[in-house]
Design a protein around this ligand. Structure first.
Ligand SMILES: NC(=O)c1ccc[n+]([C@@H]2O[C@H](COP(=O)([O-])OP(=O)(O)OC[C@H]3O[C@@H](n4cnc5c(N)ncnc54)[C@H](O)[C@@H]3O)[C@@H](O)[C@H]2O)c1
Length: 319
């Protein structure tokens, strides 16, 4: 089991990172939590209101591409483990311009790898099921499924995964990779699908769904994802990949209908937008390995959890 005494969390001011910060501070083994975040358009200090108040918590604004800073942080805090969630995460933006995706997701991760290796600190690298490309029904992605990324975003994430795996083979570096399905929960950036649907619905504006919304995504509550990452760093085997998913496949159209029902809005708001180039039709992960070797499985049912999440996201938009 790896030590959680002093943790560095990158990307902690973003959607998933800000939830992971809360989970880590709830974990009694954590004596120190340092969040390193560049505060791009996607990150916000407001997401860390709460963790900010904990004496074990420290925030540092900085870039994972800054190797001297990373080395100094690991040394200064005697770090025992790193979670890497710093990333450019929006597929549409990557299609318009991939430069930041290459700089952070690939070069930044390479920097972090080097720094962790030099300091002998174990790393959890947070990846995505999008690295596998699209899954035909009824197939599910296994951790051994070949990588076939479709977008610059998923290609940058797959590249980082390969750098991580190569570091295990070449240097026997201690690291674990998780590949997770689509997350839903609080503090998600307004540009993502669920907040976009809510925003349009609240304004009674048409909700544009790429290609009519027939794409299928597996949805996982962000808290289940965070528990999975913590368990994976705690007892995952070095060099191993663990798929994490919610066991909840929905079409984007079906999900939109559910959100409209929760908000009491008519389905007539749903409209079609031209499909995204290279849009994967379906993501579906097999999570048997995480259950078998980590004892992890998702605990949250979307049908039960979605109404509260939608109402709180909606309330925050109205503020
Ligand atoms: N959102 C999902 O559904 C999902 C699913 C699977 C995996 N993931 C992965 O989870 C991680 C977090 O995703 P998210 O949805 O919270 O993203 P997000 O865009 O909400 O947050 C990313 C955070 O990283 C920070 N950041 C960006 N570049 C940085 C850099 N160079 N140095 C330091 N910080 C930097 C941003 O300021 C932001 O706070 C990503 O690696 C993403 O690929 C996300």
């Amino acid at each position: 089991m790896r030590s959680f005494r002093s943790i560095l969390l990158t990307g902690g001011a973003g959607f998933i990172g800000s939830s992971l910060a809360r989970h880590l501070l709830a974990f009694e083994k954590v004596e120190r939590l340092v969040v390193l975040d560049k505060l791009t358009y996607a990150g916000s200090r407001d997401n860390l209101a709460g963790p900010d108040q904990d004496p074990r918590f420290e925030f540092v604004q900085g870039d994972i591409a800054d190797r001297p800073l990373l080395g100094e942080l690991l040394r200064q805090h005697n770090t025992t483990g790193v979670f890497n969630l710093a990333a450019e995460s929006h597929v549409d933006r990557s299609i318009l311009n991939a430069d930041d995706f290459v700089a952070t997701n690939i070069v930044g991760t390479a920097n972090l790898l080097e720094t962790c290796r030099a300091a002998r600190v174990p790393l959890l690298h947070c990846s995505t099921d999008e690295v596998y490309g699209s899954a035909l029904v009824p197939h599910k992605f296994l951790e051994t499924t070949p990588l076939a990324p479709s977008s610059p975003y998923s290609a940058s994430k797959a590249s980082a995964d390969l750098l991580c795996l190569a570091a295990v083979t070449t240097y026997r570096q201690d690291l674990v990779i998780t590949r997770c399905a689509n997350n839903y929960g609080l503090r998600q950036h307004p540009e993502k699908l669920i907040p976009t649907i809510i925003r349009h619905a609240l304004r009674d504006e048409p909700i544009p769904l790429f290609g009519g919304g027939m794409q299928i995504r597996d949805w996982i509550h962000v808290d289940d994802h965070c528990r999975g990452m913590i368990t994976a760093l705690h007892r995952g085997q070095s060099g191993h990949i663990y798929n994490l998913g919610g066991h909840c496949e929905r079409t984007n159209l079906g999900l939109t209908r559910s959100i409209l029902t929760i908000l009491g809005k008519p389905e007539s708001l749903i409209s079609t937008a031209p499909d995204r180039p290279g849009h994967d039709l379906r993501y579906s992960v097999d999570t048997t390995k995480a259950l078998r070797f980590l004892g992890w499985s998702p605990q949250t049912q979307m049908a039960k959890a979605l109404p509260a999440v939608v109402r709180e996201l909606a309330a925050n938009m109205a503020d």
